[in-house]
Design a protein around this ligand. Sequence first.
Ligand code: GTP
Ligand code: SPV
Ligand code: MN
Length: 597
Amino acid sequence: MTAPETQKPPTTNTNLINWVNEMTKLTKPDRIVWCDGSEEEKVRFTKQAVEQGILEPLNQEKLPGCYLHRSNPNDVARVENLTFICTPTKDEAGPTNNWMAPKDAYDKLAKLFDGSMTGRTMYVIPYVMGPIGSPMSKVGIEITDSVYVALNMRIMTRMGTKALTMLGDSNDFNRGLHSVLDCNPERRFICHFPQDNTIWSVGSGYGGNVLLGKKCLALRIGSYLGKTEGWLAEHMLILGVESPEGEMTYVAAAFPSACGKTNFAMMIPPKRFKGWKIWTVGDDIAWMKVGEDGRLYAINPEHGYFGVAPGTSNESNPNAMKTTARDTIFTNVARTADGDVWWEGKDGPMPADLTDWQGRPFNSRSSEKAAHPNSRFTAPATNNPALSKFSDDPEGVPISAIIFGGRRATTIPLVMQAFNWVHGVFLGATLGSETTAAATGKVGVVRRDPFAMLPFCGYNMGEYFAHWLQMQGKIQTLPKVFIVNWFRKKDGKFLWPGFGENMRVLKWIVDRARLRVGGHETPFGWVPKAGDLDLSGLNIPHEQVDDATNVDLAEWRTELESQGEFFASIGPTMPRSLELQRELLLARIDAIQGKDA
Ligand code: GTP
Ligand code: SPV
Ligand code: MN
């Protein structure tokens, strides 16, 4: 092999240099580029990507700095069946993860990586997850042969020289290796080695499969580190609610993929809530640890948003529209004749002369979508008009409430508060949701997605539940725990208007967390008392709200039984306190029905 064309590494860290050399020997690139994160570099990479047809410039007057990327149509979402946790034993990965023995995985993928970058450029991307200088932040290095990944990582993380500075001579960094290969699903694997703080990803160019700081490091490896080091890595948005009097309350919320985190994190309260303001800290991931004052503090490890495009409009999410109006990479959206972007659910009527997400002229009478249902925008957090001024705070923000929510057509009421921490952990552990386009597979079937972490937990799910239960002993001021459901339906239609109107529910949550509003006790948790949910100015029939908030014993019995099947599938690591919690709730239904003997 001839030596690749390379620059002098911009670091003296021998751990890093040795590892990059090792990966160079394996992948045999023609060129090596160390990313510095500069503006000049962004311009250069963008130009190259346009020349190679990887990015297409959009209308620079309407959308300055914005580009369109079309992925391979076989590569449009995370692939859970090809995602592996590679721990020494299968039990460590647990029953909800795919497992491969580390040696087998390294051997298998090394064969695929061997020479995979020949004829290509290797980008070495140093990045920090979390605010620079935060004790909670982690450094990662991603080696990739995709300029699209380099440009996306630049938006999604704090990338470049500052990461090398933070790393110094330390050997404590995540080792991420990625190659697109020929983008063949037969040769696609996303492998995590928690014990080695290492991620190897091949055969995909898409989102969570390849932006290794996001789901792979911040959640799968992060959750493993959190378990070992005593903190929490969660699939949660973080937002601050500011009252007209200036009182700030922070909440973290776990909703499964494509179930409303970005929308909730950027929400604009309706007119009725004049003077109330929502500030975004994060829209997808929270790292949380106990602070010196005994409260739970959260940081957002990311620096940008990889958000769902369809459904985003000036009506549903004006802040997202402003955030994506410049310096944004759009992936798999449709394009208008004048170089604007379009997707189902964007404002106004469907424009004529659309090019669909695969680059074909769009036939508006076809049953297909113009934009892929999992089409996305990658936008800098600093574009967000509602960005919290604490989003860069190294200490994070104190969390008063934790919210779980899924996409459920039945059973789960608009909002309910847990009786206590164990019950709250139970609500997280039993979270169910109808599947969405964010992962490949059938859409719309209810599956258990505990803590919205089913695809993202880097170790045994039963032990993960136990870790959450143990946190009760560490947190002095426990956040109050809630579940919400914006997606309940009747006759095929959503009962609750959602989006900005979710402020009404959030207000109740804040008041409950601050112990200043009552509640009604159901067998399964606290719900708002009649009149406590502020519905003024909301133009929907009261019966519809009644249906959205209803708690039905028969539906709950079915639900609890289905939760039992899930708990049983976890096996010996399933905490007894959660199964007892479930049995108690079932027994309560029996008691109410006079059958508890
Ligand atoms: P990931 O980025 O995959 O983790 O998704 P997310 O949880 O951030 O979901 P996002 O906010 O992007 O919303 C996903 C889809 O749900 C979009 O099509 C939204 O329009 C829709 N959605 C969000 N909030 C609501 C709501 O309150 N009601 C209804 N009906 N739909 C919503
Ligand atoms: C999700 O699926 O939860 C996402 C998108 O946020 S991805 O980065 O592809 O995981
Ligand atoms: Mn997500």
